[in-house]
Write a protein that binds this ligand. Structure first.
Ligand code: C2E
Ligand code: CA
Ligand code: CA
Length: 744
């Protein structure tokens, strides 16, 4: 049975009257609406068929059909709105409301043009025309939504008719196609990108190739047709990468979504080429991997590869200066040229002073910046023919290949360059707002027709540098043969020093310390080394060697143990039982972990009164880890040990640190005492040390007091304790005992 459209509408109308509130439309509106919707949207026949069947069923079932229709409109992926002839909303579907962000607003009865102020005038005009019976549509139109966002829609506007045949208003269909437009744009971009000169492939989630670009055809040797459908494992290169390599790569891809690195790829002809491969993952909205994109940058261009290799092999990545390898290469050439042409050249080895402490206290970034600024300074101050290189760490080297034929002239020119570099490095630089000035020690050696090898030259420069550092840093030293002899001697001494303890070649001497009345109140223990069949060697010579070689630990412990033994001996004699014994402790020894514990054990074993033991430390201790130093001092002071700061005024001592240090005594260095008579500067220093000590409540002892005049001056300024040849040279334990007894 066939149902006429009219019957169908009547049925609907009747149905609707029963449920007037279902939609905000009256029955006439509803009919008109259905008309338009039917024509535009629904396969009218199918719906009609539905209703034909419905005719035979009950009214209740018809209601169900009606609801279906309503559901369909409501859920249609297209926004649908019905306006009256004043453009007031009679109805709007959910999609319409969502697209225009009108949720929560009661729009029925409100003017569409007013609710959407961004509607362009030509649309308004078009709406007016539709009221006269026209229809209009557009497949792609730009829209500014009421919230200001811009998108794209496909729209269609049709008039709806009153039962009397007049136009009652408009029905607007609008489909938001913004996402599609964006996707299209992206596709266009992607397809342009696909024409890149880097090889690109797109695979499915299993690594089967879907697309490959022209550049990839070249890299792989396969045509795009051959590639499509193949799996990427055909490029694998088991001879260059093991299974673990590919496993790690895939793990990174699945965890991080991308991977990048250098790989060897096998081409169609079996050639194995290095390429830079980056793989990224494409996921769908649920996060499931749908595709992989692989980009192959060709590194097989031999010139490019060579440049890269050169850069990595011969230049320091931080400063971009040549590295040791390139420097040695150039040095070798320069040596040969110098010998042939009888000209002089030079090698300058440069070491940044206390670089480690910059790194430790200000961080490695700052350290790097210091290195970069030094590198820049070297570049700025050298000629093009010279080479500045970084050897690693804080060591730089400068090669000056041509200083001319005349030695005097060469030395003059060289000194000028060295001074310039030395001053240039010391110039303050701004590091992230902090002004920093580095200082450098420089060791220099000359070369000419002498046939030193490059390595020998480096060794010579190194020796000169060693000398520069040993003489207090921030200075320049030239290598000469005498220096070399000294070096050999030093090496020999170190060898003998190693066996000195075992051979019992050490001895402690005791130098008296007195108060203002000249009464001996204590002594300083001073170490002597008397190697078999050799003259006594001064601690000033062997202590630095012991420190450098680490022998200081055992030697220092030996001295301390013997000092304790001596204190024990003194404690048994009424003339000496109150004497305080000062022992020199080298910084290295003091910093050793468990130093305090070792001292405690020595004191316990010897059974002495720790109050009578004093440690002399030097200011070099204050250079690093001051907090640790303070904590060790405190540990030892707890058990009674006293502390004195030795050679005061000669070191790096900073007043702020000094205030932090829990000390008992300051020892004025003998260099100030020595020149009291004629050096005003030294006198001024002594005065300020004394007033500083007074404010810090520290006792002061002056060392190197040789004359009555010196003593009188010190006394007049307020220094009441003395040590020096005036009162006694360092004496053996027996002679010290005799001296004490002779004074009583
Ligand atoms: P220091 O601690 O400054 O010791 C004082 C030095 O000055 C001693 O030299 C002493 O003999 C010398 N001296 C004392 N009175 C006078 C004087 O009136 N005039 C002059 N011109 N010199 C005087 P010495 O014994 O050669 O020791 C040199 C340095 O060796 C010491 O300097 C100390 O730093 C170190 N040293 C000595 N023994 C030890 C030790 O057991 N352990 C450590 N780590 N270092 C030690
Ligand atoms: Ca001392
Ligand atoms: Ca001293």
């Amino acid at each position: 049975m066939t149902l006429s459209t009219q019957t169908y509408h009547r049925l609907l109308k009747r149905q609707l009257r029963k449920f007037p509130n279902e939609l905000a439309l009256n029955a006439d509106h509803w009919e008109a609406f259905i008309n338009v919707v039917n024509d535009t949207y629904f396969q009218v026949d199918r719906e009609r068929h539905l209703l034909e069947n419905a005719l035979e069923v009950t009214a209740q079932e018809l209601t169900a059909v009606n609801r279906q229709l309503q559901l369909f409109i409501e859920n249609a992926p297209t926004g649908i709105a019905m306006l009256d002839s004043q453009f007031r909303y009679l109805y709007a579907s959910r999609c319409w409301i969502e697209d225009r962000k009108l949720e929560g607003i009661d729009i029925i009865g409100k003017n569409h043009h007013e609710l959407s102020p961004n509607i362009p005038n030509d649309w308004k005009e078009m709406h007016q025309r539709c009221l006269l019976g026209e229809s209009a549509s557009c497949n792609e139109d730009r829209i500014i939504f009421p919230d200001g966002s811009v998108g794209w829609i496909r729209w269609e506007v049709k008039p709806w008719m009153n039962p009397d045949g007049t136009v009652g208003g408009l029905i607007i269909f609008s489909e938001n196609i913004t996402d599609r437009k964006v996707a299209e744009a992206e596709l266009r971009i992607a397809s342009v990108a696909f024409q890149s000169k880097d090889g690109m492939i797109v695979t499915d989630a299993r690594g089967n190739i879907l697309r490959a670009n022209e550049a990839f055809e070249k890299v792989s040797g396969y045509s795009a047709d051959e590639l499509v459908g193949k799996n990427t494992c055909i490029f694998k290169c088991p001879t260059h990468h093991d299974d673990a390599f590919y496993r790690n790569m895939w793990e990174a891809i699945s965890s991080e979504g991308k991977w990048e690195g250098s790989v060897w790829n096998r081409s169609k002809e079996g050639r194995v080429l290095p390429v830079w491969l980056s793989i990224s993952v494409v996921r769908d909205l649920n996060g499931t991997i749908t595709h992989y994109i692989g980009i192959y940058s060709n590194t097989s261009d031999p010139r490019e590869a060579e440049r890269k290799i050169m850069e990595l092999a011969y230049y320091d990545p931080l400063t971009n200066l040549p590295n040791r390898r390139l420097l040695l290469d150039r040095l070798n050439q320069a040596r040969i040229v110098a010998a042939r042409n009888q000209i002089f050249g030079a090698v300058l080895l440069i070491d940044i002073d206390k670089f480690k402490s910059i790194n430790d206290t200000r961080g490695h970034d700052m350290g790097d910046q210091v290195l970069m600024s030094v590198a820049q300074c070297l570049r700025n101050n050298l000629r093009e023919m010279d080479t500045a290189a970084r050897l690693g760490g804080d060591e730089f080297i400068v090669l000056i290949p041509d200083l001319g034929e005349d030695l005097e002239h060469a030395m003059h020119a060289l000194s000028m360059v060295a001074d310039k570099l030395h001053l240039g490095i010391a110039e303050p630089v701004d590091l992230n707002g902090i002004t920093h000035s580095a200082t450098a020690s420089i060791g220099i050696t000359l070369f000419s027709h002498k046939t030193q090898s490059a390595n020998e030259l480096m060794k010579e420069a190194d020796l000169a540098l060693y000398q520069a550092k040993a003489s207090g840093r921030n200075t320049i030293r030239f290598f000469d043969d005498a220096m070399h002899t000294q070096f050999t001697e030093k090496t020999n001494l170190e060898t003998s020093l190693r066996s000195a303890l075992g051979k019992n070649e050490f001895n402690l001497m005791y130098q008296p310390q007195v108060d203002q009345s000249g009464r001996i109140i204590g002594a300083e223990a001073l170490l002597r080394w008397e190697p078999f069949e050799m003259e006594i060697i001064s601690p000033e010579v062997f202590i630095p060697i012991a420190e450098e070689s680490g022998l200081i630990f055992s030697i220092g412990e030996w001295a301390l143990q013997n000092a304790c033994t001596q204190l024990l001996a003194w404690s048994k004699n009424p003339f000496t039982q109150e004497l305080v014994l000062s022992v020199n402790i080298s910084a290295k020894q003091f910093r050793r972990p468990n130093f305090a514990q070792m001292v405690g054990e020595l004191i316990d074993t010897a059974g002495i009164n720790p109050q009578l033991l004093k440690f002399e430390l030097t200011e070099s201790l204050l250079l690093e880890n001051v907090d640790e130093v303070i904590s060790t001092i405190n540990d030892l002071r707890k058990i009674g040990v006293k502390f004195s700061i030795d050679d005061f005024g000669t070191g790096y001592s900073s007043l702020s640190y000094l205030k932090k240090l829990p000390l008992d005594e300051i020892k004025i260095d003998k260099s100030f005492v020595l020149d009291i008579a004629w050096d005003e500067g030294d006198r001024a220093i002594i005065c300020s040390i004394l007033s500083l000590a007074e404010s810090l409540k520290l006792r002061v002892i002056a060392e190197g007091v040789e004359t009555i005049e010196q003593r009188d001056y010190l006394l007049a300024e307020g220094c009441y304790f003395y040590q020096g040849y005036l009162y006694g040279k360092p004496l053996s334990a027996e002679n010290f005992q005799l001296l004490i007894e002779s004074l009583h």
